[in-house]
Design a protein around this ligand. Structure first.
Ligand code: GLN
Length: 524
C-alpha cells in the first residue's frame, strides 16, 4: 500500500480499493517502525485519523474533493499549523502553537489531505544536514538499506553500526526522509538556498522548488523573505505536479506573489526532446564535485543528446560569487527576521527580570543555537551604517548579476539547464560533524542557491546510486513560471534512468525496507 505513488493511491481511494483510514493507519505504523530515522517532531495520530474518516465519508458519498482527498502528507516544522505545535526545531519556539495555518497548509487541508505531522529540520532552516535540531539529527533512511550496508561493508567503511549512518542533507531532511521511508505520500519543505533539493537528492526523492511568487509564503516562518519558497517532496515527478496544482495560486496575504491564476496541469506521458536545447553550465564543475556525480551528469546529457536534444555548454560567470553573496543577503534578512523572537510574544522566555533588555538578551542567548546567533550577528554587522554599502548593497548588485546570467542564457535559446544537485552522495554523520556545518552548508549549496537568488524554478530527481549504494540526484533549472516544461523534462529523464526506489513490493518478506537492520531501527 505504501509503495504506491500519490496518484496511484488517489486512484485506489476513488475506486474504493483502499480507505483513507487504512492508508492513514499504515502511514502512522510506518512512522513508528522507522522512528530511528527521527523524521518527525510531532505526530498527530488522533487528528490524522479523524481527517481520514472524514475523507472516507466524502469518498463513500461520491463527494471526493480532488487528488489529495484522503492522502497522508507531512509538513516541515517551519510552517504554521493551527493548533499543532510549530517549533522550527528551536528551543525558541518549543511549545508554540500557532493560531492559524500557513496558506499552503490550509490549501492541503481544504483539499482533504491528511496531516500526519510535522517534520524535523535544521534550526530555523539554517543548514544543509538536518543535524542542527534540538530534537536530534535526522538519519537518512538509505543508511539502513541493503545496498548501503553491503557496499559499505565491502569497502570497509562500516565498522560500528551505530556510528555509520549518513545524513539526509537539509534543511528539510525530515520531509525528505519521511517521503523516502514510505511514511507519507508527499511532504512540504522550504527552499531558501537549496533546502528542499539538497535533502531530496540525498534521500532519493523528487524535490521541487517552484518559481518565487508562485506559492504563498504566508505562515512559512521566514528565513530570507526574498528567497524563501515552499518546496514539494514526492517519490516521483508526476506526484510533484499534482501537489503543485493544489498549492499554487494567488494569495492576498503574500504581497510578493504573482497575480495571475495558476493553471494546474497534467504531465504528458511522452515528450519529444528533439526540439529541446539543454544548457550545461561550465562553472558548475565546482571544486569538491565527486567523480561519480560528473559521470552521472554526463550520462544524462548523453541520454538527452541521443534522443535528439541539443546540448550546449553555457556560462553563468557570476556563479563563483553566489555563495558569499547568498551569505551576506541571508544573514542580513535573518538579522531583521529574528528580531520578532524576543521572549514576549512567542515560545521561550528566560526567567530574568532585572530589565526588559536583559530578558531579551538572555532569552535570545538561550533560545537560539550558535548557527542562528552567528547569522544574526554577522547580519547586524553587514547592516551597520558604515558597512551597509560595502556588504548589503554590493551583495544586492551581485545578486542582480547572478540573475542576469540566467536571463542571458535563456535568451540565447537555451530551454533548460541540467546540473548536479549536490557535490556527491550523503556524508556519514560522524564525518559531517567533524567539519563545521556552516562551512559545509556553504559548499553544498553551490548548485542550488543561484536559482533562489534568481527566483527560478528547479527540480531534483533521483538518478542513480553511488558506489556506496546511496542516491545521487540531478537538477533541472528552467525559466521563471515554466514549471510545466521543467517537470515534463524531469519526468522524461526519470523514465530513462529508472532509479531503484526502495519499493515496498521489492522487499521479499514484506518487511519494511528501513527495518532490514532491526538493531539500528530500535536505536533511540
Ligand atoms: N543551506 C542554506 C542555509 O543554510 C540553505 C537553507 C535553506 O534553503 N533553508 O542557509
Amino acid at each position: 500500500m505504501l509503495g504506491l505513488t500519490l496518484r496511484e493511491a488517489s486512484a485506489a481511494l476513488r475506486e474504493g480499493k483502499v480507505s483513507a483510514t487504512e492508508l492513514c493507519q499504515r502511514c502512522l505504523a510506518s512512522i513508528k517502525e522507522t522512528s530511528s530515522v527521527n523524521a518527525y517532531i510531532t505526530v498527530r495520530d488522533a487528528g490524522a485519523l479523524q481527517q481520514a474518516e472524514a475523507a472516507d465519508k466524502r469518498h463513500r458519498r461520491g463527494q471526493a474533493l480532488g487528488p489529495l482527498d484522503g492522502i497522508p502528507v507531512a509538513v516541515k516544522d517551519n510552517f504554521s499549523t493551527a493548533g499543532v505545535e510549530t517549533t522550527c526545531a528551536s528551543k525558541m519556539l518549543k511549545g508554540y502553537i500557532p493560531p492559524y495555518n500557513a496558506t499552503v497548509v490550509q490549501k492541503l487541508l481544504d483539499q482533504g489531505a491528511v496531516l500526519l505531522g510535522k517534520t524535523n529540520l535544521d534550526e530555523f532552516a539554517m543548514g544543509c544536514g538536518s543535524t542542527d535540531s534540538i530534537f536530534g539529527p535526522v538519519r537518512n533512511p538509505w543508511s539502513y538499506s541493503q545496498q548501503y550496508r553491503e557496499k559499505s561493508a565491502q569497502t570497509g567503511q562500516i565498522s560500528d553500526e551505530d556510528a555509520d549512518w549518513v545524513i539526509t542533507g537539509g534543511s528539510s531532511g525530515g520531509s525528505a526522509a519521511a517521503v523516502s521511508a514510505f511514511t507519507c505520500f508527499a511532504a512540504l519543505g522550504s527552499d531558501t538556498g537549496g533546502s528542499t533539493r539538497n535533502p531530496a537528492a540525498h534521500c532519493g526523492v523528487v524535490g521541487l522548488k517552484p518559481t518565487y511568487g508562485l506559492l504563498s509564503r504566508h505562515g512559512l516562518i521566514p528565513l530570507v523573505n526574498s528567497m524563501d519558497v515552499p518546496g514539494i517532496l514526492t517519490r516521483c515527478v508526476d506526484d510533484a505536479a499534482v501537489v503543485l496544482g493544489v498549492l499554487a495560486g494567488h494569495d492576498p496575504k503574500d504581497s510578493t506573489m504573482v497575480q495571475e491564476p495558476f493553471q494546474p496541469f497534467t504531465l504528458p506521458s511522452n515528450l519529444d526532446v528533439s526540439k529541446l536545447c539543454v544548457g550545461i553550465p561550465k562553472e558548475y564543475h565546482a571544486p569538491g564535485l565527486s567523480r561519480e556525480t560528473v559521470a552521472l551528469w554526463t550520462k544524462a546529457a548523453d541520454l538527452l543528446e541521443n534522443a535528439g536534444a541539443k546540448i550546449v555548454e553555457v556560462s553563468l560567470p557570476h556563479t563563483r560569487y553566489s555563495i558569499v553573496c547568498y551569505h551576506v543577503l541571508c544573514a542580513t534578512e535573518v538579522a531583521s527576521n529574528m528580531a520578532r523572537f524576543d521572549g514576549l510574544q512567542y515560545g521561550h522566555r528566560c526567567d530574568v527580570d532585572n530589565s526588559t533588555e536583559a530578558m531579551y538578551a538572555a532569552t535570545r542567548r538561550e533560545g537560539f543555537n550558535d548557527v542562528v546567533r552567528g547569522r544574526i550577528l554577522s547580519g547586524t554587522f553587514f547592516l551597520l551604517k558604515e558597512n551597509y554599502k560595502h556588504y548589503f548593497l554590493k551583495a544586492q548588485k551581485v545578486r542582480r548579476l547572478i540573475a542576469e546570467d540566467f536571463v542571458k542564457v535563456f535568451h540565447s535559446g537555451v530551454d533548460i539547464l541540467l546540473t548536479p544537485t549536490t557535490l556527491g552522495d550523503a556524508t556519514q554523520f560522524k564525518e559531517f560533524i567533524k567539519e563545521d556545518n556552516r562551512t559545509r552548508s556553504a559548499q553544498e549549496d553551490i548548485f542550488t542557491q543561484s536559482a533562489n537568488m534568481a527566483g527560478l524554478p528547479a527540480v531534483t530527481l533521483p538518478a542513480a546510486l553511488s558506489a556506496r549504494g546511496l542516491p545521487l540526484g540531478l537538477q533541472f533549472i528552467a525559466r521563471a513560471f515554466c514549471e510545466h516544461q521543467l517537470l515534463t523534462v524531469a519526468r522524461w529523464l526519470e523514465k530513462q534512468v529508472d532509479f531503484p526506489v526502495l519499493r515496498w513490493q521489492a522487499v521479499p518478506d514484506r518487511e519494511h525496507p528501513v527495518l532490514q537492520h532491526n538493531k539500528l531501527a530500535s536505536l533511540p
